[in-house]
Write a protein that binds this ligand. Structure first.
Ligand code: ADP
Ligand code: MG
Length: 323
């Protein structure tokens, strides 16, 4: 590695995020040395963002840094884990300091919010590509995709579809109007639902984060649980800006099939349902019931009282954001 690249690591990544006491050795040696809390399980996730594939070429650098961490944190949220550390593998076409400082600021902003330390990584030259690994822990059992049972209520957090609309706007595929800034930000700066995930461990039978579209990800949860699911069209939580910008019909389609939302989709058994609703009120925690798991495999969309079967291959029918 050249001196200037060494300097870049020192400058932008040695003190990125928070200083944690459980980091015995962080950036600067050959590897990080981390102290795992006794009796807890280590939870690890990794995701890569490729320029022009996972974000538009020329996207704001602070958004790229933020999203690279957010998409990983979201995976930990889905497991009910608390994040602690991250590693960053960064491939850059050039060492552009303006770009790097914004990228690092975006990453650091979210890292600080979740008390996370950047403890190592790798820096290489090549087409822009960002890989982040997050490590965290969970006491007791993590939430899995596979714990759902027929009859469990199915929920989603936030307002899915917003990020797909935001991406369409970022790419200039949709005209600008009122409310579009909100939608753009849902794509550029998604909110990993860390606190919700951690709290849901007490109530949820299964959980998945919604990165590839609600239908597809709810389908994965249902299939992993050996179930199918029914989703009620009229119960999909839609943001006001999404409906205004996309129209009601398109807004529903995007909520079902748009990607990049990083919300949580989770199931709750009948024994936990009343407690969940009482102790974590949906309005306060930002989630809504959208249907139920059921025995028969596959996903049905219930619209105006009629159920439409959506086999996995049929999801594409609803896709239309051009990704
Ligand atoms: P080595 O050649 O031994 O792998 P490097 O020179 O690649 O070491 O990295 C030196 C130190 O800087 C290591 O602690 C490594 O984890 C850290 N590091 C390298 N790139 C990054 C990065 N993009 N973000 C955070 N830490 C990094
Ligand atoms: Mg290295």
């Amino acid at each position: 590695m050249s001196l200037s690249e060494f300097g870049l690591i020192e400058r932008y990544f040695r003190h990125c995020g928070v200083a944690r006491e459980d980091v015995r050795v962080g950036v600067g040696d050959d590897a990080a040395v981390l102290e795992c809390p006794p009796g807890q399980h280590l939870v690890a996730a990794m995701d890569t963002l490729v320029d022009g594939v996972h974000f538009p070429h020329g996207a704001p650098p602070d958004s790229i840094g933020y999203r690279a961490l957010a998409v990983n944190l979201s995976d930990l949220a889905a497991m009910g884990a608390r994040a602690a550390w991250a590693l960053l593998a960064l491939t850059l076409p050039e060492a552009d300091e303006g770009w790097l400082s914004q990228f690092a600021a975006g990453f650091a902003k979210l890292a600080r919010l979740h008390n996370l330390a950047l403890v190592g990584g790798d820096t290489t030259r090549g087409p822009l590509c960002v890989t982040v690994q997050v490590l965290g822990h969970v006491s007791g059992s993590a939430m899995l995709r596979s714990g759902g049972r027929p009859g469990d209520a199915l929920f989603v957090s936030g307002t899915p579809g917003d990020a797909a609309a935001g991406l369409a706007l970022e790419q200039g595929r949709w005209p600008e109007s009122g409310g579009t800034q909100y939608l753009r930000e849902r794509f550029l700066f998604p909110t990993p639902r860390m606190e919700l995930g951690e709290r849901l461990r007490e109530y949820a039978s299964a959980c998945i984060d919604v990165s590839d579209g609600l239908l597809g990800d709810a389908g994965k949860l249902a299939a992993a649980s050996g179930c199918g699911a029914e989703i009620v069209y009229a119960d999909l939580p839609l943001s006001e800006p999404l409906v205004r910008v996309a129209g009601a019909e398109r807004a529903h389609e995007l909520a079902l099939t748009g990607g990049d939302d990083y919300e949580l989709c989770f199931s709750v058994g009948p024994g936990q349902l009343a407690q969940l609703l009482a102790q974590m009120p949906p309005e306060r925690w930002g989630y809504r019931r959208i249907g139920s798991l059921r025995q028969a495999p596959g996903i049905d969309l219930v619209r105006d009282g009629a159920a439409v079967r959506l086999p996995p291959s049929g999801y594409d029918h609803f896709a239309g954001t051009g990704r």
